[in-house]
Design a protein around this ligand. Structure first.
Ligand code: URA
Length: 284
């Protein structure tokens, strides 16, 4: 990689992280001139007079010219703030195939001091586009559940086990489940997020999140409604909102809601009569 591209590969993720954090960069005119004059010869050729043909969207790996790393994940324990962890995660190149296909890393969103973390499996197409977990159809249902619990996306934290969208064959739409090996590679990021945030409890959404987080391969129907543990933090497992979208029966919605009531109790939050009776027999 030539020095210019190497510099870009270092700089772009850091600038993206600053943009996400709404930080501004102050640069002198002289620094900008120096940067401009240090572009490679090809970039400083005079522009061709004809209009360039429209280009297909450029994936992150092509934009950044990143050579994916085959090194083991660096020790993240020296990173002590969520902002610093985000900057490091956004530059992750551990999974070459995901770096090549992703628009960006979907780190997670919410309160760095949240008492509750929701954990999903992996970003889908909408999340990859917007850089935020759970913003598609399943995400909108999750947001409704969160609001019904009397809290908000801003007050809690939402993340996935896998931070990049699982790649799909060219021309194939939809999403695929993350592979266990992908989740295992990515887990250190989530583990560090949890260590920094120190929530009182967590919710694992669906069997894949459960498998990625705890290595447990059991049906949700068997484990939901009971507390498990991840690094001494209580974990409630419940159905993924995408499952509720596929299976519209009130009885399944009620099970998720009962799990959320257990979460509210565990957090010591007040539960109103209306919340308790959300899915009474008369609702069927
Ligand atoms: N499903 C997930 O598990 N995570 C997302 O971010 C979106 C959908």
């Amino acid at each position: 990689m030539d020095p210019f591209q190497a510099g870009l590969a270092e700089t772009i993720p850091a600038l993206k992280a600053m943009k996400l954090q709404k930080k501004t960069v102050v640069a002198s005119r002289r620094a900008l001139e120096t940067l401009r004059s240090s572009q490679p010869a090809q970039a400083s050729q005079p522009a061709k007079p004809s209009q360039p043909a429209p280009q297909p969207p450029v994936k992150e790996a092509e934009r950044m010219h990143v050579k994916p790393s085959s090194q083991p994940m660096a020790d993240l324990s020296s990173i002590t703030t969520l902002d610093a962890l985000r900057s490091a995660a956004l530059a992750c190149t551990k999974c070459p195939h995901l770096v090549a296909s992703r628009n960006g890393v979907v780190f997670g969103v919410g309160n760095p001091k949240a008492d509750l973390i929701f954990v999903g499996e992996a970003p889908g197409a909408d999340e990859d586009e917007q850089g935020e977990p759970f913003v598609g159809r399943a995400g909108q249902l999750l947001t409704k559940i969160i609001l019904a619990m009397g809290t908000s996306r801003e007050e809690i934290f939402i993340a996935n086990v896998l931070k990049c969208r699982p790649d799909m064959p060219d021309g194939v739409s939809g999403n695929r489940k993350p592979k266990p090996s992908e989740m295992e590679t990515c887990l250190p990021w989530l583990r560090r997020q949890i260590e920094i945030i120190q929530p009182k409890c967590m919710v694992a959404l669906g069997a894949t999140a459960l498998e990625g987080l705890l290595g447990v391969n059991e049906p949700i129907g068997k484990l939901r409604g009971h507390w498990l543990e991840f690094q001494k933090i209580p974990v409630m497992v419940t159905y993924h909102p995408a499952y509720l979208l596929r299976n519209q029966s009130i009885s399944e919605k009620r099970k998720v809601w009962e799990d959320m009531l257990l979460v509210l109790e565990r957090l010591g939050r007040p539960i109103s009569e209306k919340q308790r009776r959300f899915f009474t027999a008369s609702a069927e």
